[in-house]
Unconditional design. Structure first.
Length: 128
């Protein structure tokens, strides 16, 4: 149960960040600074808790090279999300291409988290 609770924290933070991001994307400018700040803090908290979780799990479990590549893709997606998020939060907005990159990076992060979560769960219960 402890493992599932530990994994649930970053997942809930990222889902909350996605929900507030969807809400923000349907608002007209200027964006609500409180909602924007909550969105950014949720994303940052999700990234930090995921990094701490992975650091601890990497010490306990041996992973295949494929999962390490997926972790690298997730890290690249997080970096892209923070950069494009900063561009999108400017008062004058950003180009549609930046929004498209932000959306694609969100999808890549979700897919990476699902793949990592499945692999971690299988390794914790002894399937791998």
């Amino acid at each position: 149960m402890h493992f599932m609770q530990t994994l649930l924290t970053p997942v809930l933070l990222f889902l909350s960040s996605i929900a507030t991001g969807c809400w923000l994307s349907h608002k007209v400018r200027p964006l609500n600074p409180i909602l924007l700040t909550v969105h950014k803090l949720l994303a940052l908290a999700g990234a930090v808790t995921l990094a701490l979780l992975l650091r601890n799990l990497f010490r306990q479990v041996d992973f295949s090279i494929a999962i390490l590549i997926v972790c690298g893709l997730a890290a690249a997606a997080v970096v892209a999300l923070f950069i494009t998020g900063a561009l999108l939060s400017r008062p004058d907005g950003a180009s549609p291409a930046v929004l498209r990159i932000h959306t694609i990076a969100t999808g890549l992060l979700v897919i990476s988290l699902i793949m990592m979560g499945g692999s971690l769960f299988r390794s914790r219960i002894g399937i791998l």
